[in-house]
Ligand binder design. Structure first.
Ligand code: SF4
Length: 694
């Protein structure tokens, strides 16, 4: 569909790849998409784009698209193509039979961070209102759930504090566990522009990321910490700030809860949190930690950006709180150029969390146990809402294997490839009596499904995505859905077949309901989005035009809450059998499990996942560049081609997870964050040895 002629008209919409949320003009000739042109009026990208958004849209018309619903009685049988009506009735009957046999709690659903806000809202409503339980979770469980917990606990809101443009006023940029030039390319370029103007860069990452190669006049520091020691590092940075008198006492006195601050201060000043005491833990020289702490705290504006290298750990939530502590201690909250900024991976991670996908929270992070909250939703939804939190994704898997969870509806998420410990996930999926998969391709999860409902791409639907800066962008329909229905219509049909009436005629009506029930969205409507182009929530009576910078005057919880962040080593440690630590990440041209980008020309730049290994580790094992390597962990074994790279530190290896064949998640374990169960993808003890070609 690339460059097929002169366009006749164009539609402005939002890229469906990453959390930057770039706006594009989709240039059309009839129903054919000719080109995606970055839109100068886009508030997140200002006319910039990357190779994914600009070129990797051909998957929408790929021959592998599922165009007809399919069903089968068991996963050993071939698929039967059926009408939408038959597929929906079949699904509803299987769900009802499962609940009749195993109970109300025996079924649930998973929403997707690739789908729109309106679709996500509708899936969790279906589960709460038609399934009658809170067994709803989102793929954000496996990426940014610790951000939700950590930022809500400390700052009172589960979201980043700034606009992207704010980075242009930062004097020091501290990047922790993120690789913006590959994973958030347009924002990575903006960051590079600021670095070229002379801002200081500090990168805390086991790997030497490309951002460190930016030519610029300012200072550049790399803190190459050992995987799994984030909390030790953030505590040692904070120790320097407090012990050297670099705190912003005026900010702390006016804006932060005194008792919690004193408790944290006493803890952080303990000698065991000093850079010297923790040097043998993090592997980062104490002098470098001191230099970095000063570089962040002594300037006027210090800004922190972090990614999955922070959250996907057994202490992911603790680390998020540690980052918020550091920002509050230095007064780097509440104005442009500062803040705490999670870089969201998928296009609508922020939105899928905002829309009530979690089993304990209704839209707007309102807890299901709060009777006043439930009263408001029950009045509009006209149904009783369960007051008990439901199952998280890992609990669904465990309960499926235990035989108490028997049916699952998965919209736009390939859990068989993206979740850790593949063997465990497969065991869970094969234990289900009914698995309903709604997706654009026959993905890995669909191999275990009884119903396949064709999904629609972002080009085939109306709705909104919310990017990493809380910006709500319009998604506009560019072409008709290949299977005849947008995703929200399928969910609505399923609700009606289950006996719970839904009769929206357009996603704008779903957004009106979201605004009615979600305090941070009360001012949001499609009309206002047309007028403004985009809106950053909170958008309500106090902030009618939205909120570019959060926490300018106070926090939603009144005063900022310092949390004590004790470092607890991960249980995933190297042994004689597994002497290396594996960490995982992404590359620029591919996107997550690759379902979309692998079906585009982008695959020419990355057609396989490889294992990066330091030259000294390779030499020790007699390994040469390009050799095939067997990679084993305590849960599994896979084979990857070797790339020798001095971007790695000795003892650490790295791979991506864009291709199903290599199966990085065959070897990642199901260790997870203590607060949210976000998997510890970033630390797996492995052995690597040369093998013959697979
Ligand atoms: Fe799409 Fe992200 Fe690239 Fe922007 S930076 S074009 S949102 S993938």
């Amino acid at each position: 569909v690339i460059d097929q002629g002169v366009p006749e008209h164009s539609v402005v919409t939002t890229c469906a790849y990453c959390g930057v949320g770039c706006s594009f003009k989709a240039e059309m000739k009839g129903d054919q998409l000719v080109r995606m042109v970055p839109y100068k009026g886009g508030d997140a990208n200002h006319g910039h784009s990357c190779v994914k958004g600009r070129f990797a849209f051909g998957y929408a018309t790929h021959k592998d698209r599922i165009k007809t619903p399919m069903i089968r009685d068991s996963i050993n049988e071939p698929w039967r193509e059926v009408s939408w009506e038959e597929a929906i009735q079949f699904s509803a009957r299987r769900l009802k039979e499962t609940q009749a046999r195993y109970g109300r709690e025996s079924i649930g659903g998973i929403t997707s961070s690739r789908c729109t806000n309106e679709e996500t809202y509708l899936v969790q409503k279906l589960i709460r209102a038609a399934f009658g339980n809170n067994n709803t979770d989102t793929c954000a469980r496996v990426c940014h759930s610790p951000t939700g917990f950590g930022l809500k606990t400390t700052l009172g809101e589960s979201a980043g504090t700034q606009t992207f443009d704010s980075v242009m006023k930062a004097d020091t940029i501290l990047v922790i566990g993120a690789n913006p030039t590959d994973a958030h390319p347009v924002f990575g370029s903006q960051m590079r522009r600021r670095l070229r103007q002379g801002a200081t860069l500090i990168v805390a990452d086991p790997r030497r990321i490309d951002l460190l190669k930016t030519p610029h006049g300012g200072r550049m520091l790399h803190l190459p910490l050992r995987p799994g020691t984030n909390v030790a590092l953030i505590n040692s940075l904070a120790h320097v700030v407090v012990s050297e008198g670099l705190e912003d006492q005026a900010f702390i006195g006016a804006r932060c809860e005194s008792g919690a601050y004193q408790a944290w201060r006493g803890f952080i000043l303990e000698e065991r949190n000093s850079p010297e005491a923790l040097e043998s833990v993090t592997g980062v020289p104490a002098a470098k930690v001191r230099e970095a702490a000063r570089a962040y705290a002594e300037v006027h504006n210090g800004a922190i950006y972090y990614g999955l290298g922070v959250t996907e750990h057994s202490q992911g939530s603790t680390m998020v709180m540690g980052i918020a502590n550091l920002a509050m201690a230095t007064g780097n909250i509440g104005r442009e150029g500062v803040g705490v900024n999670p870089l969201r991976g998928q296009n609508n991670v922020q939105g899928s969390c905002d829309m009530g996908s979690f089993p304990h929270e209704l839209p707007g992070y309102q807890h299901v146990a709060d009777p006043a909250v439930r009263d408001r939703f029950e009045a509009v939804w006209k149904v009783k809402i369960d007051d008990e939190p439901g199952l998280r994704i890992p609990n669904m898997f465990d309960s499926a294997i235990a035989g108490t969870f028997k049916a699952l509806y998965v919209q736009g998420e390939d859990i068989a490839q993206s979740d850790p410990n593949t063997q465990h996930v497969q065991a869970a999926l094969t234990s289900l009596d009914c698995l309903i998969v709604q997706d654009i391709f026959l993905n890995e999860t669909a191999k275990y499904a009884h119903v396949l409902l064709p999904g629609s791409t972002f080009l085939e639907k109306n709705g909104t995505f919310t990017n990493a800066e809380r910006r709500i962008n319009r998604v506009r329909k560019v072409m008709p859905p290949v299977a005849g229905k947008e995703d929200w219509e399928v969910t609505q049909d399923l609700a009606n077949a289950l006996g719970y009436p839904m009769n929206y005629s357009h996603p704008s009506e779903i957004m009106d309901e979201i605004a009615l029930l979600t305090p941070t969205f009360t001012g949001v409507s499609y009309t206002k989005l047309e007028e403004h182009g985009s809106i950053q929530w909170p958008c309500n009576e106090s902030h009618p035009d939205g909120t570019p910078t959060m926490h300018e005057v106070d926090f939603p919880i009144g005063k900022g809450h310092f949390a004590v962040t004790e470092y607890v080593p991960t249980e995933e440690r190297t042994t004689r059998r597994f002497p290396l630590l594996l960490t995982t990440g992404r590359i620029l041209s591919q996107y997550n499990v690759g379902a979309q980008t692998r079906r585009t020309a982008n695959s020419q730049w990355h057609d396989e996942d490889v294992l990066e290994i330091h030259p000294s580790d390779a030499e020790l094992r007699g390994i040469r560049d390009g050799d095939w390597l067997g990679v084993s962990s305590r849960v599994g074994h896979t084979v990857l081609r070797c790339r020798i790279s001095d971007r790695m530190q000795p003892g650490v290896v790295y791979t991506t997870f864009h291709h199903p064949g290599s199966g990085a998640n065959v070897i990642t374990t199901d260790s997870s964050d203590w607060a949210t169960n976000c998997p510890e993808y970033k630390v797996t003890a492995v052995q690597v040895e040369k093998v013959s070609q697979p």
